[in-house]
Design a protein around this ligand. Sequence first.
Ligand SMILES: Nc1ncnc2c1ncn2[C@@H]1O[C@H](COP(=O)(O)OP(=O)(O)OP(=O)(O)O)[C@@H](O)[C@H]1O
Ligand SMILES: [Mg+2]
Length: 245
Amino acid sequence: MKVLVLLETQNACKRFGGLKAVNNVSIKVEQGQIYGLIGPNGAGKTTFLNIISGTYTPEEGKVFFNGKDVTGIKPFKVCHEGMARTYQIVRSFPNMTALENVLVGGIFGGKMSRHEARKKALEYLEFVGFPLSPDTFAYELNTMQLKRLEMARALSTNCKLLLLDEVAAGLTPGELNDITVLIRKMRDDMGITIIIVEHLMKLIMSVCDHIAVLYFGEKLAEGTPMEITEHEDVIKAYLGENYNL
Ligand SMILES: Nc1ncnc2c1ncn2[C@@H]1O[C@H](COP(=O)(O)OP(=O)(O)OP(=O)(O)O)[C@@H](O)[C@H]1O
Ligand SMILES: [Mg+2]
């Protein structure tokens, strides 16, 4: 069976002044994959996600999504093409309810009618295990509840590809387990392809099919979790000698 490459970057570059935050990074993400991006602080992971999602236009290189060149296309248009994301620092509308937060995704991102968006929003809140009333204000939520809300909002755009930036940061071990289950469920039950940026190796190694390592803006290595944990350069640059799966 032919594998569909859902997302491809070719030699993507982004500079901030003299700093090459992302330098010549090429990746191919297959449909249905959970693709991990790892690397030390400042390696360029978030900048790279910003290139993929259209927040930044790369100075050089290309981004293809679902066979289409989306390089430099505005984030809301990329979203309409079927790409959604969550943020390293959770972004919600604090003075809106959980339901209204998710409705924003469905109405503006997923181009649904208000009625359809409401029905879907309630389904997505349930799917992500949002534990409170949909009428709870976002400012009342704790970190894990906000993360679930962000995921429901991203899902409500009816995305094919979901970008998760450090979704597990700051969670307790129990919450980490919940999020691991949820990430798998989004791929397995909804068929969503996922790119996940994460420092927590336990999560990355247990959910990812394929991993790329960024180091000072460049792709240092890529491969299966096993290949990455055995890769000499990755051990030296990031994982350390004492790393065990
Ligand atoms: N808007 C910006 N202006 C100037 N420099 C930036 C900007 N955004 C990021 N950088 C710099 O680019 C480099 C890559 O940053 P980026 O946030 O992409 O790293 P990261 O891998 O996501 O790090 P972390 O793991 O800490 O989230 C860093 O040196 C950072 O200081
Ligand atoms: Mg980051």
